[in-house]
Design a protein around this ligand. Sequence first.
Ligand SMILES: O=C(O)CCC(=O)C(=O)O
Ligand SMILES: [Fe+2]
Length: 161
Amino acid sequence: MTLIKLVRYPGVRAGESRQGVGGHKDPGVLTMLLVEPGKGGLEAEVDGAWVAVEPVPGAFVVNIGELLEVATNGYLKATMHRVVSPPEGDERLSVPFFFNPRLDSRIPLVPLPAELAVAAPGVTEDPTNVISAVFGDNMLKARLRAHPDVAARHHPDLVTG
Ligand SMILES: O=C(O)CCC(=O)C(=O)O
Ligand SMILES: [Fe+2]
């Protein structure tokens, strides 16, 4: 179930929240992200700190998704990232392409060469973000987390608190 999105981040007035997309990990396998040339705003979490991902002309940004973390038993870690909206008078366009399997598919564990397997620590365990190997379940979790207001209104049975 690949998905392509066209995203526009309008500029925000001084004093207003600059949050474009809050911190998250993409729930699928791999994301190829085309950002409008020259535009910043994307940040990735590195060792607990947000780091600006500088635009590279002619290049896609590639995000590791949670299912690739599952497939590699944590050898590859899903990228935590967010987007900071531009200031008033500017805007930012992006085109993420999400490479995902069928909703009902369960991602298999890829056999790693021994030298990589020893460096695979397992999938990240976070009670606030439980990763499912079944893509549809993981996608639903991501949507419920990203849109808590919609979840509380339309799917109160699926969320707590
Ligand atoms: O717009 C971007 O640069 C990133 C968007 C994103 O992270 C997402 O849609 O999952
Ligand atoms: Fe993302």
